[in-house]
Design a protein around this ligand. Structure first.
Ligand code: F6R
Length: 209
């Protein structure tokens, strides 16, 4: 597998590159399965995709999507949930139908079974065609925290203190940050046919060194 690194001075230019790759994927295969991420890095990519949609350059009507993760214990309409983020930053502005959108349910009762079903659904649709990833300051992908062993499939992950502290910027107080999340596992993620991983800001530089 070839890996290409692109370095951009400006965040906006990197977002355009990522959005262009997603747009090309959908043009080549209108029924593409998209793997999507939340976080501040992705916001500019979604802004660009919304612009392309408004300019009739991309049509999401046949696309399906799977989000990487969701906090455990937040209601979908909680503005800090990844559900809320996705509708606010992308889905409310494009023509993807709700039944084609998949975001892990952070309130699933039978977590193990739910996670299994999430992976199976991805498989049934032929796997993820293009996966968008950010990377946490401690190197996490999705919410797969760095450590000695990684889980391969979708699962519940206990968040590291560093992640809780880093994500506290989105909450009223650190005590409000959920301690766990449902996340796709690394095998599920890296099985995607194409992967875009984007990092922005000086503080992320050392992850790649
Ligand atoms: C988000 C996700 C996380 C973020 C990472 C970077 O769905 O899975 O791995 O991509 O925490 O977040 P930002 O972009 O806010 O630095």
């Amino acid at each position: 597998m070839g890996i290409n690194f692109f370095y951009y001075e400006k965040y906006r230019e990197a977002c355009k590159k990522a959005a262009d790759l997603i747009k090309s994927q959908i043009t080549l295969k209108p029924s593409s399965v998209l793997g999507l991420a939340t976080g501040s890095t992705s916001v500019g990519i979604y802004e660009k995709l919304i612009q392309y949609y408004k300019d009739n350059e991309v049509n999401f009507s046949k696309c399906k999507s799977f989000n990487l993760d969701e906090y455990v214990g937040l209601e979908e309409n909680n503005f800090q949930s990844f559900h809320y983020y996705m509708y606010e930053n992308l889905f409310n502005h494009i023509n993807m139908s709700k039944e084609n959108i998949n975001i892990p349910d952070g309130n699933a009762r039978d977590v193990e079974n739910y996670c299994k079903m999430y992976d199976e659904k991805i498989e049934e649709l032929g796997g993820i065609d293009i996966q968008l990833l950010g990377i946490g300051q401690n190197g996490h992908i999705g919410f797969n925290e760095p450590g000695d062993c990684f889980k391969l499939y979708t699962h519940k992950e206990e968040l590291k203190e560093s992640t809780i502290q880093n994500n506290a910027r989105f909450f009223k107080s650190i005590g409000d940050v959920p301690k766990s999340a449902i996340t796709m596992g690394l095998f599920t993620i890296f099985k995607a046919k194409k992967i875009i991983i984007m990092a922005a800001g000086e503080e992320k530089k050392e992850i790649f060194d």
